[in-house]
Design a protein around this ligand. Structure first.
Ligand code: PDD
Length: 279
């Protein structure tokens, strides 16, 4: 596998990062995960814009965001992934410098790393049956809008889901289901598509925004507002959106059925429209 590291394309076995890298020492960096179909990145501009906004917030050089799509597509081609779906992972950190909390000296180059690998969707049977999810308290901070590599709470939440035989863990903050460990959450309540508003407590997903646009185009009413954990079982549908989970219906939450306990018509229609974008 060919990867990109700091200006060079090289074999993955040749890619080395210093133990002084601030990504390793402080989780001082961010990442993007993108899909490519037929060698072209899906929804590339919003991914690049989110990376640019995140780098700006972290006061890291934004030039990796300017080159994200070019580097990603080049890697897809180099790894001969143009004939199948590919997942591109891109990470930028504040670079390598002796450990101290404040920023390293000006001019310290950021570390920029990308890899691409074949992307396998979740099994078709899971989309057909709907998945299980659990709820967990949101123990994260208040800058969840930045796609930081500091993902410890997300990792622990996702592991708890896995241990419970579920696919995803949904973070609950002040009684409201706000997002998943690596996805956004949407509900259909009394005919409206409801999802938590874009703010500092969630990562505003590229897939989320795309699905909201698709819903508006299809005439489905959209509301950015709370999904109360206490009322979620009255929802007709609940589903996840994200680059890797695509649009995944939730059939059971904490062991109880949502709606009819199987995927509903809104998620099914939106998923069909979303899949069309990658044709
Ligand atoms: N995660 N919320 C969180 C916390 C996420 O980590 C992600 C994506 C999303 C959905 O964002 P998008 O639709 O832009 O993929 C929401 C990626 C896929 C990951 O961590 O691998």
């Amino acid at each position: 596998m060919q990867v990109y590291l700091n200006g060079a394309y090289l074999d993955a076995s040749e890619a080395h990062i210093s133990p002084d890298d601030r990504g390793f020492l402080f989780a001082d960096g961010l990442y993007e995960a993108l899909l490519a179909y037929h060698g072209r990145i899906l929804l590339g501009e919003p991914h690049a814009a989110r990376m640019r906004a995140g780098l700006t917030a972290l006061q890291i050089d934004t030039s990796p965001a300017d080159r994200l799509l070019e580097l990603g597509e080049r890697l897809v081609a180099l790894n001969q992934l143009t004939d199948r779906p590919a997942l591109i992972y891109a990470q930028v950190t504040r670079g390598s410098a002796p450990r101290r909390h404040r920023f390293p000296p000006a001019g310290t180059p950021p570390t920029c790393y990308l890899f691409a690998k074949p992307f396998a969707s979740q099994p078709a049977e899971l989309f057909a049956s709907g998945c299980a999810a659990i709820t967990v308290p949101d123990t994260r901070g208040s800058r969840c809008d930045i796609k930081t590599i500091g993902l410890l709470a997300n990792v622990l939440a996702n592991e708890a889901a896995h241990a419970a035989g579920a696919l995803e863990a949904l973070f609950v903050r002040d009684g409201v289901i706000i997002e998943g460990s690596h996805s956004n959450v949407m509900a259909v309540i009394r005919g409206e598509l409801v999802t938590y508003p874009s703010c500092n407590y969630i990562l505003t997903g590229v897939t989320r925004n795309c699905v909201l646009d698709l819903a508006r185009t299809m005439g489905i009413p959209v509301r950015e507002g709370p999904i109360f954990a206490s009322e979620v079982y009255a929802a007709d549908e609940l589903f996840l959106t994200g680059t890797t989970l695509e649009i995944m219906p939730i059939a059971h939450l904490d062991g109880r059925p949502i709606g009819a306990g199987r995927p509903g018509p809104v998620a099914t229609r939106l998923f069909a429209a979303y899949r069309q974008l990658s044709q």
